[in-house]
Design a protein around this ligand. Structure first.
Ligand code: ATP
Ligand code: MG
Length: 441
């Protein structure tokens, strides 16, 4: 992409409304435009990151055996009356009416709708386990939308729903999602710690919030430092091996970790003093087993091996991709701007032409731009006539993993410079070795 043709509305000044660094940097880097309280448009740079985050989520959901669907944003109130949640949900739900004065709502979540899909099509235990997910916009009329896309009213959610014959099956489904989440966050360069969360009237211990540590986090959290070194399961993880998956979950739930609501001073005292990490955290995912809460009232039943009908045992599993984009920035930035992990970077490389209009610089940049494109490297080519200083500032602000700097002196000497955005390291290389140096994407 040529910067001269791209839509990248960089802000020179710090926007006053932004209280936290991710919100400030997202506005400054031209990723977002606020449209109303808690409502944002995603501009091209932001949309690229959001798509990459969703792609990782999708790959890991699919790997764990879940199937992607897409349900509508607008739902009929009737379904929610069946489950008994229509009144209970309260003011966070945006309620509307169509021209026939039928009650509708903008979905804050999809348990009812997915249960309706299930009961229409699945009749036998032989079709289980089943896990259906979608990535769809949600609306929640939050009391206090703030921090940009971190807590917005309209936000993107990946929500998955599992259906099993009994508790044992539901627990295995829960464990698969748990492990898929570990992999998902790790691939985005995040250390997410699963923390015991409230189960409410359902009881049991099958509810975890995945929390990334950040000073600006809204929850106070308490965990054992050992979490920071636990190995994350690799690509070879076999999701069909229930025992192995359950072993990983056991390893990741043994050290102490709890949010404020679930904090237990007695258990906390048992953690070695130097291992206690009391910090603030951002919830990026939440997994929850709720058994027959919806299947019972909504009649989602299957015929079991015993020839009897069973209301299925369910769980739901959320991740907030839009919140994650902000979370990744909270975890990875410096005073000059964002530092994207390569897996979610909007482009791999900023190619900086320090003297646009100079034949030698233009020539080499065009050559590199073409070669990198053919090698599958995503390049943002700064071909504008801005001053070099401004170009460097923009490149640092938008945080692409590498900068390739092409200036007249270097070109004359047969050299270009490669800067690693994360470490700040600069290296002088010959133009021919640029691609090998970056690695093929
Ligand atoms: P919170 O406690 O932060 O309000 P929640 O418990 O309401 O979150 P869930 O219903 O479990 O959230 O939703 C699943 C995921 O969706 C959350 O883990 C989070 O990543 C994301 N999410 C929830 N509310 C918002 C919001 N207002 N803005 C952005 N993302 C959100
Ligand atoms: Mg909430």
């Amino acid at each position: 992409m040529r910067l001269s043709r791209f839509f990248l509305p960089i802000l020179k000044e710090n926007p006053r409304e932004a209280e936290i660094v991710s919100h400030r940097l997202m506005l400054r880097a031209g990723m977002l435009k606020q449209q109303a309280a808690g409502s944002f448009s995603w501009l091209p740079l932001g949309k690229r990151v959001l798509d990459k985050v969703c792609a990782i989520i999708r790959e890991e959901q699919n790997r764990s055996g879940a199937h992607e669907i897409l349900m509508p944003t607008i739902q009929s109130a009737d379904l929610w009356m069946e489950s008994g949640r229509y009144e209970a949900y309260g003011k966070e739900m945006l309620r509307l009416q169509d021209r026939h004065e039928r009650d509708m709502l903008y979905g804050p979540t999809n348990e009812e709708m997915v249960t309706d899909i299930f009961r229409a099509h699945v009749k036998s235990y032989k079709d289980l386990p089943l896990n259906l997910y979608h990535i769809q916009w949600k609306f929640r009329d939050e009391v206090r939308p703030r921090f940009g896309v971190m807590r917005s009213r309209e936000f993107l959610m990946k929500d998955a729903y599992s259906f099993d014959l009994d508790f044992e099956g539901a627990k295995a489904a829960y464990n698969r999602m748990f492990v898929a989440y570990l992999r998902t966050f790790e691939r985005m360069g995040l250390k997410a710690i699963p923390m015991r969360a409230e189960t409410g009237p359902i009881g049991g211990d099958l509810s975890h919030e995945f929390i990334i540590l950040a000073e600006t986090g809204e929850s106070a959290v308490f965990c054992d430092r050992h979490y920071l070194e636990l190995p994350v399961p690799g690509e070879e993880t076999d999701f069909s091996d229930d025992a192995a998956i359950s072993g990983i979950v056991a390893q990741w739930t043994t050290p102490y970790a709890a949010t404020d609501d679930m904090h237990d001073e007695g258990e906390w005292e048992k953690v070695g003093e130097s291992d206690r990490l009391a910090a603030r955290g951002i919830e990026v995912g939440h997994i929850f087993h709720f058994g027959q809460k919806y299947s019972e009232p909504m009649g989602a039943k299957v015929l079991g091996p015993d020839g009897k009908e069973h209301a299925v045992s369910m769980g739901s599993y959320g991740i907030g991709p839009s919140r994650l984009v902000a979370g990744i920035i909270e975890a990875s930035h410096d005073e000059n701007g964002i530092i994207w992990p390569r897996s979610v970077a909007p482009f791999d490389v900023a190619l900086i032409n320090m003297k646009a209009g100079d034949d030698a610089c233009d020539g080499l940049c065009e050559r590199l731009y073409g070669e990198m494109g053919r090698a599958g490297i995503d390049v943002l080519y700064d071909d504008t006539d801005q001053r070099a200083g401004g170009k460097f500032a923009t490149a640092d602000l938008i945080g692409l993993p590498y900068q390739i700097i092409v200036g007249p002196r270097g070109v004359a000497a047969g050299e270009v410079e490669i800067k690693n955005r994360a470490t700040g390291e600069r290296e002088t290389v010959s133009p021919d070795s640029v691609i090998a140096r970056l690695g093929v994407a």
